[in-house]
Design a protein around this ligand. Structure first.
Ligand code: PEP
Ligand code: MG
Length: 851
């Protein structure tokens, strides 16, 4: 017999034999892909799944390199005149895969048969569709070849078959084995192509990810009686609440019903139009029943893909429904509440970072928007408003009750009031730990930083976009701090979703987690948020923010300008009651939970004005000649302020400042404890690099405690701790630990100092560094577990060796990241502290590590 070159070569490898999906067939996700495994489960449930054969990754890989399985055996389960559909089955559906090919097996003989069974129109439509699909996907012909053809009726069929013959100079293959072999070959090769591989690797697939293929008997979806196809699910993908949704299209196949212009109808009865429930109530009820069964047996909220053939339902597939973060939470909690999964599993099913989105407003994902630039997503949430370019303008807008968005090149402490008055902040420069980013996260303000293709002109009050268009003060934009985009105009927003499902998930998380979660909170507003999100205390209260209030700034500046210690003391006396009131409020809000207060940290010149108007009004306020004020400001300037006179160095050189703060803390403890829970404050010394610094500050703080105790006749406790922000403090933790109750790792400065990389300037080149693989990630964003992490580990080990009960924590911006939490937990830390809005993320991430 002459060898038929179209007939594929056989491959007789027993391990990769195509398997008819039966309840007991050896099918696994790792060898046949997720779809094959899911179909087997549906078969086990006895759902009406059409006959299906699964080809393993090995088989499909073999097909791509020319080893075709025995086609006769493959086709055998489908009978003499099969009509088939081939679909991909990868390990993870998100990795994509070649599109499904329908109606394989269609030929002249089956056409005649189908004309009888389902009518000529339906049979013709199927044949035409297959010839088109085969020509494009298998024969790789130009899709344009069908342009101008009728594509309907017998004449249409004749035309497409002739077009195929003309292009290939061969008759359209009639042998189902040849057709199927062609389809399998083209799908397997599509998977192995370079572009497909790179695309899926970008989604996290391993380089050698396999593809399985599913060959399934077609349910026609066309023909006599009620025929059609569609999808159905029992909850909403955007809210997760019960709602029967989906699409159905009569006289259709595959995913026709999902096409935008497909004219599909509702599933459940709906006043807006016809529904499947009206057309085929029994089929509709069956579908609901099957989807419910799937939810329980597959322990997941599923979408059912189905075909109806003359009123009879066929289940083609079950797919985990797509979901927004808020739907993910609701679905997981509902499954656990219904006893389908245990709470521990519900915890694992929600991506911690996705929780962030729920805590804030979001841009409606369905809305059509024009993104004008992208920067670094520095603080999540979205807000729309009119743009302003100064704090003063922001405050004016707020006083008129207008939502405004503050745009700056970068922000400084002077902008804090403007930030409070704005609904969002956008900066041209800066990275994830820049001033704007840190403050915005603290106060829950949407923020995008480092939008470097914008040009901000503060004088003209304009911002120029990359394409040359100019926005001026008062124009509206929307800042989306969740994904870093800036949108022209006012985009429609979704509200935050702190519903009962969210609270339930968090309550479960707290039952499992074994590392504490506190919040970084500087103001009463921050503390309220921290408490609302059930933080176990405040892990870092940066006191400098308290002095930027307009009423205090002048006194603060008087203190800075004081020539003598006595003058400084006099100014500090004025600040004392204000500072004490701040602490009383924080203690009251936190209701006896620990509050860790950091003594003043930034260089004092940060409190001084930099522009001429500001300097002039300062001279007026201090009643000093302008030249004096200017000279003093110049004297205080530093070449490298981040490494200059700041942190504990202030406490050593101007001890009156820390004295005042310690006194304010202790007096506040007495006041707050009088009518509330007993407060035990924690006092933290920043930027330590030497043991002696700790000894000196500790002596003065203890002396102040003794003074307040004897003046008040009351006793109280406190804990003194050290911030580890310099590499030296980490290395010398062994000799620091005996003097301190706790070490809190300030990984913002520690990262800055370990890399020798300015946290305020790194944003300018970080993108290039990450793109070129110099750093795997922005180390200010994701903790550098190799370098900075090694310092953390050294500091923790040496500290604990010297003092067994030493409390260890992290309070840099990394504290809320799941990766850093895993690292800290492993290193034996007691708690992490992060921005209030990241507290729920941290609680969930910590629980996931412990379940
Ligand atoms: C740090 O350096 O990590 C820290 C928490 O302090 P700040 O960000 O205020 O410098
Ligand atoms: Mg710091």
């Amino acid at each position: 017999m002459q060898h038929d070159i179209n007939r594929p070569k056989s491959r007789s490898d027993a391990n990769s034999r195509p398997e008819l999906i039966t309840p007991t067939a050896p099918i696994a996700v790792a060898s046949h892909g997720g779809r094959a495994k899911c179909l087997q489960r549906l078969v086990r449930m006895d759902l009406p799944v059409p006959r299906t054969v699964a080809l393993s990754f090995d088989t499909v890989h073999g097909i791509a390199s020319g080893q075709m399985p025995d086609m006769t055996a493959l086709l055998e389960p489908f009978g003499p005149q099969p009509l088939l559909c081939v679909r991909p089955s990868s390990e993870d559906p998100d990795w994509g895969g070649p599109g499904a090919v329908l109606n394989v097996g269609m030929n002249d003989a089956l056409f005649v048969d189908l004309c009888d069974r389902i009518g000529q129109d339906a049979a013709t439509a199927i044949y035409i569709r297959f010839v088109q699909g085969y020509s494009i996907n298998v024969a790789r012909l130009d899709p344009d070849m069908f342009d101008g053809l009728i594509l309907e009726g017998r004449e249409g069929l004749h035309q497409v078959l002739s077009a195929y013959e003309e292009e290939t100079e061969e008759a359209f293959p009639q042998d189902p084995a040849v057709q199927l072999a062609g389809v399998l070959r083209s799908m397997s090769r599509a998977w192995e192509g370079t572009t497909a591989r790179l695309l899926r690797q970008a989604k996290g697939a391993p380089a050698d990810a396999g593809l399985g293929l599913i060959v399934q008997e077609m349910a026609y979806g066309l023909g006599k009686g009620e025929c059609g196809s569609g999808v159905i699910q029992l909850v909403s993908s955007s809210t997760g609440r019960p709602k029967i949704t989906g699409r159905y299209l009569s006289q259709s196949q595959g995913r026709d019903a999902l096409r935008k212009d497909g004219g599909s109808i509702y599933l459940a009865r709906d006043p807006r139009g016809p529904s499947l429930e009206d057309l085929a109530p029994e089929a509709f009820a069956e579908l609901i029943d099957y989807t419910r069964q799937m939810r329980i047996r597959l322990r997941e909220e599923m979408q059912t893909e189905f075909t109806i053939e003359n009123g009879q339902v066929h289940v083609l597939d079950g797919v985990r429904i797509r979901r927004t973060p808020r739907a993910a939470v609701r679905i997981a909690v509902a499954l656990a509440n219904d006893g389908v999964i245990p709470p521990a599993e519900a915890i694992l099913r929600v991506e911690p970072r996705a929780v962030t989105e729920m805590l804030h407003r979001q841009v409606d994902p369905e809305a059509r928007t024009e993104v004008i630039t992208r920067g670094i997503a520095a603080s999540p949430g979205a807000a729309a408003g009119k743009i302003v370019f100064s704090s003063a303008a922001a405050q004016t807008a707020a006083s008129r009750d207008e939502s405004c968005i503050l745009i700056r090149r970068e922000t400084t402490p002077e902008d804090i009031r403007g930030m409070h008055a704005s609904v969002a902040v956008l900066t041209e420069r800066g990275g994830i730990t820049s001033h704007a980013a840190v403050i915005a996260r603290g106060i829950g303000l949407p923020c995008v930083v480092g939008a470097s293709d914008l040009r901000v002109n503060l004088k003209r009050k304009t911002v120029t976009m990359a394409d040359g268009r100019v926005l001026k003060e008062g124009d509206e934009i929307t800042v989306d701090g969740t994904n870093g985009s800036v949108i022209l105009g006012s985009a429609p927003l979704h509200e935050a979703a702190l519903d009962e499902a969210f609270q339930q998930l968090m309550a479960w998380a707290d039952q499992f987690r074994d590392i504490g979660v506190r919040a970084n909170a500087d103001t009463p507003a921050d503390a309220e948020i921290a408490r609302r999100f059930d933080a176990q205390g405040i892990g870092l209260c940066r006191t400098e923010h308290m002095f930027f209030d307009p009423g205090r700034l002048t006194v603060m500046r008087e203190m800075i300008f004081a020539a003598q210690a006595d003058d400084r003391k006099a100014a500090l006396e004025q600040l004392l009651p204000m500072q004490r009131a701040d602490f009383v409020e924080l203690f009251r809000i936190m209701q006896g939970k620990p509050v860790c207060i950091r003594l003043l940290d930034p260089p004092l010149h940060e409190f001084l004005p930099t522009d001429r108007d500001g300097i002039r009004s300062l001279a007026e306020a201090l009643d000093r000649p302008l030249s004096d004020v200017t000279r003093r400001i110049e004297e205080m300037a530093e070449h490298n302020p981040m490494l200059g006179l700041r942190g504990v160095r202030l406490g050593i050189t101007m001890p009156e400042i820390y004295d005042m703060q310690a006194r304010a803390i202790f007096e506040a403890v007495l006041e707050a404890s009088r009518d509330g829970a007993q407060v035990v404050p924690e006092i933290m010394i920043p930027l330590v690099s030497a043991k002696r610094e700790v000894e000196l500050v500790k002596t003065r703080v203890e002396a102040m405690a003794a003074l307040v105790r004897s003046a008040s006749g009351q006793s109280f406790d406190f804990r003194l701790g050290v911030m580890v922000e310099t590499p030296r403090a980490a290395l010398r933790a062994g000799e620091i630990a005996p003097h301190t109750a706790f070490l809190s790792f300030g990984t913002n400065d520690l990262t800055q100092m370990t890399y020798g990389l300015s946290r305020d300037d790194a944003g300018r080149f970080m993108k290039t560094y990450v793109q070129q693989g110099v750093y795997p990630e922005d180390p200010f964003h994701i903790l550098d577990s190799d370098g900075v992490g090694e310092l953390l580990q050294i500091g923790a080990n040496r500290g604990r060796e010297a003092r067994k009960d030493l409390v260890l924590s992290i309070c840099g911006e990394h504290g809320g990241n799941p990766e850093s939490i895993a690292f800290c937990r492993q290193a034996g830390f007691d708690y992490v502290s992060c921005s209030p809005y990241r507290v729920p993320v941290a609680r969930l991430a910590a629980a996931q590590l412990a379940v």
